[in-house]
Design a protein around this ligand. Structure first.
Ligand code: ZN
Length: 402
């Protein structure tokens, strides 16, 4: 009896010692740095964290491109990408969103608080990121009460409750860029016509969804600008879909049919690679500053990490292609493919590129001039999009199921 009492007391002392060590550890600053907290900055009655403050405090690796206004933060295997003017950040391949954009004030980059938390928590996943009053501390485990506060600070999770609230329709080419030309038609005219009809169909049948064009008339729009327009519509709630419409051309006049692409660095086959190369060619007409963006390898790598977006894009492509095949019997369905299209690269949402047919094929080119056939294509795309939205809104996690 007495012996076991002593044992219990010894064990109790040991626990107390462990607790003391834990308390001491939690009070220790980040390795090599004295401070481990940043201040909440109020600007235009919104809450931000100054990235200058964050970087100084944590000594985190970072870079900022003054031309694109795009910055990156790295720690171990984690990477976060943001861009001034956009209410989104890419954190380890996941999109985080805020209701207000990343801002610049007097040369400082101000990160909206709803973006800062997922960003800091992802980069410092092994530590606690906790707000107490107007101070955010980054360090070892904090007290229970503060953790409760942190839970409240956490922005709404971007999970099942998220819905598709807007659709971006991108008619390929335009202005000084006619796209493919053949048998008396220009790709830019076909894509704009189908895009307009697609918008009409979606307005009628897709329910409460906003629709926006990257161009609604015959004008030149840079590829990167097209996804910027789309990303600019992302806010704290609601996701979007990006649909780029194109017509194909081949050196072989026999090739015909329609296909839907999603972004991948590894093309399905040589034909897919060629199609992407032709479509990407338009950047020779762009100015040098925007050309630079396509070479931003680290940013691209970060984008490629967005497996969730890629999976959703693949599902969207599948729905559209399936629906097109049901609607359009005149030419063959060439299936879903993947390739590296610059126009899809920057989209922080499910994004696809539909090649409605081959202008270089004389029979298909004749059909592509007919309103009735164009309407059919637009209807096919619209039904696919609606099918995807239904699946998406029913629950994002079901998208992986066939
Ligand atoms: Zn095109």
């Amino acid at each position: 009896m007495a012996r076991s009492n002593i044992k219990t007391r010894a064990a109790g002392l040991h626990l107390l010692k462990l607790a003391l060590i834990a308390v001491l550890l939690s009070a220790m600053p980040l390795p090599g740095k004295a401070g481990n907290s940043v201040k909440v900055v109020f600007w235009n009655s919104r809450e931000y964290v100054s990235l200058y403050d964050f970087i100084n405090t944590t000594n985190i690796d970072n870079s900022f491109d003054i031309i694109t206004q795009r910055g990156k933060l790295y720690r171990k295997a984690a990477i976060a990408v943001y861009q001034v003017g956009f209410p989104v950040a890419l954190v380890n391949g996941k999109v985080a969103r805020a209701d207000y954009p990343v801002a610049r004030n007097k040369g400082e980059v101000l990160m909206p608080l709803p973006l800062f938390f997922p960003l800091a928590r992802s980069l410092y996943h092994d530590m606690q990121v906790v707000r107490t009053g107007n101070t955010i501390s980054i360090g070892a485990e904090q007290q229970e009460k503060e953790q409760e506060i942190a839970q409240q600070e956490r922005p709404p999770s971007t999970g099942t409750e998220e819905r598709i609230s807007f659709i971006i329709i991108d008619p390929g080419h335009g202005g000084r860029d006619p796209g493919a030309i053949g048998h008396g038609s220009r790709e830019k005219d076909i894509t704009l016509w189908i895009a307009r009809y697609l918008a009409r169909e979606l307005k009628e049948k897709a329910g409460n969804v906003r629709i926006k064009f990257t161009r609604s008339n015959d004008r030149f729009v840079e590829l990167s600008r097209r996804t910027e327009i789309a990303n600019g519509m992302l806010t704290g709630s609601g996701n979007g879909i990006f649909i780029s419409i194109h017509a194909n051309a081949s050196l072989s006049p026999k090739i015909s049919g329609y296909e839907t692409y999603f972004l991948s660095p590894n093309p399905t086959n040589e034909e897919a690679r060629t199609t992407a190369t032709i479509e990407n060619n338009v950047i020779v007409m762009e100015n040098t500053a925007s050309k630079k963006k396509y070479d931003d390898v680290e940013y691209l790598e970060a984008l490629m990490l967005t497996t969730q977006i890629q999976r959703e894009s693949s599902t969207l492509a599948g729905e559209i292609q399936k629906s097109l095949a049901r609607e359009v019997k005149e030419f063959k369905s060439r299936g879903v493919k993947k390739a590296d299209f610059y126009v899809l690269r920057g989209a922080l949402m499910p994004a696809v590129l539909v090649e409605v047919g081959y202008i270089s094929n004389s029979k298909e080119s004749r059909y592509l001039k007919k309103d009735a056939y164009r309407r059919k294509l637009a209807r096919g795309i619209a039904r696919g999009v609606i099918g995807f939205i239904t699946r998406y809104n029913d629950g994002i996690h079901d998208l992986s199921k066939p």
